[in-house]
Design a binder for this molecule. Structure first.
Ligand SMILES: CC(C)(COP(=O)(O)OP(=O)(O)OC[C@H]1O[C@@H](n2cnc3c(N)ncnc32)[C@H](O)[C@@H]1OP(=O)(O)O)[C@@H](O)C(=O)NCCC(=O)NCCS
Length: 159
């Protein structure tokens, strides 16, 4: 199901972004030369469908509509996209197994939703949420009735 988020009533992103520096992690908005590295990482960790959506984040011009999380050696450990599958949508997002539970997913989510707000949207949509509790607890997201499969219906079968 899709979820609706009030972008005009978001918690600030800065505390979450600051918190992950305790672990040596940081957020980084990728740019053109990093496209292959980001798309390859997302595809390897989360599959071709999400890799394709990450690719779309680089298709709309600058700035790229994605953020990455980097470890102390500047390797990718997480990502989040917005405005990729549909305008105004957040996702996909993912954090490397070994880095979960440290607030990185929260920092990526909040930074991306603030970017959507700065892009002129009043409401954001979490597309095809698999983790309603995660989004509800961080940004008060609420389910959109009858939105499954919603805009994602009639897809090509990808094995
Ligand atoms: C979802 C995901 C990005 C969260 O990343 P993370 O860095 O572990 O998230 P955080 O550390 O910021 O967690 C924030 C809160 O959400 C909770 N949470 C994290 N993952 C959760 C999950 N899968 N289900 C329910 N709650 C979850 C955490 O317990 C934490 O709660 P707390 O603050 O009370 O401790 C990560 O688990 C992931 O990559 N999952 C696989 C991909 C995926 O499902 N993406 C989302 C598709 S809609």
């Amino acid at each position: 199901m899709d979820l609706l988020v009030k972008l005009y009533d978001l918690p600030p992103a800065e505390p979450a972004i600051e918190k992950i520096t305790e672990f040596g992690a940081r957020l980084h908005r990728p740019f053109g030369p990093e496209k292959a590295a980001v798309v390859d990482w997302v595809t390897e960790k989360f599959g071709a469908r999400w890799g394709s959506e990450a690719d779309m984040a680089f298709a709309g011009g600058n700035p790229v509509s994605a953020f990455t999380a980097l470890d102390p050696g500047d390797a990718i450990i997480g990502f989040a996209c917005y405005n990729t599958t549909f305008k105004g949508f957040f996702g996909p997002t993912g954090v490397d197994d070994g880095w979960r539970g440290k607030g990185i997913g929260t920092a990526l989510l909040l930074r991306s939703l603030h970017a959507l707000r700065e892009d002129g949207h009043a409401y954001g949509i979490i597309g095809f949420s698999a983790l309603d509790e995660f989004y509800e607890s961080i940004v008060g997201a609420i389910p959109i009735p009858d939105s499954d499969p919603g805009a994602y219906g009639g897809r090509i079968k990808i094995t």
